[in-house]
Design a protein around this ligand. Structure first.
Ligand SMILES: [Zn+2]
Length: 449
């Protein structure tokens, strides 16, 4: 038998969908398990055509959109699929962060396999489960501590916090019986936790590692404008200073950093930040995971309000926020007092809000061709119809191509595998150690490259 290996079961030439299997003798550990955003899944499944809820695994296996790993899936998930159930032989799953493309298939996993996550990620996943249709299944959840090693057989995993567009994101150092590997997860170093990313890559450089698995979302040509989180704040301040009307901002629903930026900007401009009921629930749940007073809690903190959408029914989890929520009529008549965080899926509220022509709309998300793709054309039509002024202001969750090249060089890793990218070759600029991996292939940890 050979030494430890790493196998890429997803995230190869696609953004998201990382599924990395490390095998060391009898020990098998999987890192991340979610759907990719592009482009393989979209060849078969789009908005209106999705796997059936009762046979997701079967419907995904049909097009090889799930890896055929024995001993990973639950009996229930495999049900009438052509992959037969076998006793669990994957001994642990580590989830780098709570984005859907890293955690979204956990509900298919055998319920006896332990799932390791950061404490904050556990909180985020359960808040998402409560307030959306997303389900992560039942597992023996294991909550890890920053930089505290976890042993799975002869494999040792050390989780390092990194900066990303969702808090509580991790990279991992993985020590095996023969060689060390580093897996970056998703990261950037232009956000509020940049120092965490630097500390992780310093640790990687110190080992130094035999294999570095690095995300490359923004590798290759990218014309999209990117600001730092501080740059977004300056931009929002500027828009709010100028405008004497209701202001809108649109962000990713779990980007807590961006919500904090908008909140701080709104406070500085004497406005209240108005959020959806779902965001209110998320903020309430995650606030205790941050230093006291960092994250505003609707109903408790000043300057944050909840928007009351027109709905016929409400869920139990929504009810605590509905008393005192602002209806459209209030937001409309006192527009200059508010900065309204409005998701694209809630644009119908504009029909009641009827903002004055020229009111600012801050698009604080990736421009098209992104992880969480939006239908740009529809958005533009709505903005035009209501005469809103568009402002693009975003700090990406990912490091840029040139930053990735510099980081790779600095680590001195013996072999580098770019994943979570459609353009892995772009990182070959970092040197001959860079190898775009092949889907499904096993690479020996030592002696590869
Ligand atoms: Zn992510």
């Amino acid at each position: 038998m050979g030494g430890p290996t790493v196998r890429f079961l997803g995230g190869v030439r696609e953004i998201g969908g990382n599924k990395i299997l490390i095998e060391d003798g009898p020990d098998r550990v999987l890192f991340d398990f979610g759907p990719s955003f592009s482009p393989r899944v979209e060849e078969y499944y789009v908005d209106y055509l999705q796997p059936r809820s009762g046979s997701r695994a079967k419907d995904l296996l049909e097009f090889d959109l799930l890896p055929r790993v024995p001993g990973l899936y639950s009996k229930e998930a495999l049900a009438d699929s052509d992959l037969y159930y076998t006793e669990p032989s994957v001994h642990a799953i580590f989830v780098s962060h709570a984005h859907a493309d890293h955690a979204g298939y956990l509900d298919l996993v055998d319920p006896t396999i332990p799932v390791h996550v950061g404490e904050g990620t556990r909180t985020l996943l359960s808040a998402i489960e409560t307030s959306t249709r997303m389900k992560y299944g039942t597992h023996p959840w294991k909550v890890f501590t920053d930089r505290a090693p976890i042993r799975v057989g002869q494999i040792e995993v050390v989780p390092y916090p990194v900066d990303h567009s969702i808090p509580f994101a991790y990279g991992f150092l993985v020590r095996t019986s023969g060689g060390t590997l580093a897996y970056s997860g998703d990261f950037r170093h232009h956000g509020p936790r940049a120092a965490d990313t630097h500390a992780f890559f310093e640790a990687v450089g110190k080992e130094p590692v035999d294999a570095l698995l690095i995300e490359g979302t923004r590798a290759g040509p990218d014309r999209r404008k990117n600001l730092s989180e501080a740059g977004v704040r300056r931009g929002v301040d500027h828009v709010l200073e100028e405008g004497r009307a209701l202001a809108f901002a649109c962000t990713y629903p779990r980007d807590i950093d961006r919500l904090l930026t908008l909140y701080a900007a709104a406070r500085a401009a004497d406005r209240d930040l108005v959020v959806s009921v779902r965001t209110a629930h998320l903020l309430t749940e995650v606030a205790p995971r941050f230093p006291s007073g960092t994250v505003p809690v609707p109903g408790q903190s000043p300057g944050i309000r909840v928007y009351a959408r027109k709905k016929l029914t409400s869920f139990v989890w929504e009810r605590p926020y509905l008393d005192g929520a602002l209806p459209a009529a209030e937001v409309r008549s006192n527009g200059p007092k508010y900065l309204l965080a409005l998701e694209l899926s809630h644009f119908t509220e504009l029909i009641d809000l009827r903002p004055p022509k020229g009111s600012p709309f801050i698009h604080s998300m990736s421009e098209p061709f992104s992880e969480d793709d939006v239908d740009d054309r529809v958005m533009r039509n709505w903005l035009k119809h209501f005469g809103l002024t568009f402002h693009q202001m975003h700090a990406s969750g990912h490091a840029s191509g040139p930053e990735l090249v510099d980081l790779i060089r600095a680590t001195g890793a013996r072999a580098v595998y770019p994943i979570h990218t459609v353009n892995p070759e772009a990182l070959e600029a970092a040197g001959p150690s860079v190898h775009p991996p092949e889907l499904g292939r096993s690479y020996p940890l030592v002696g590869a490259g």
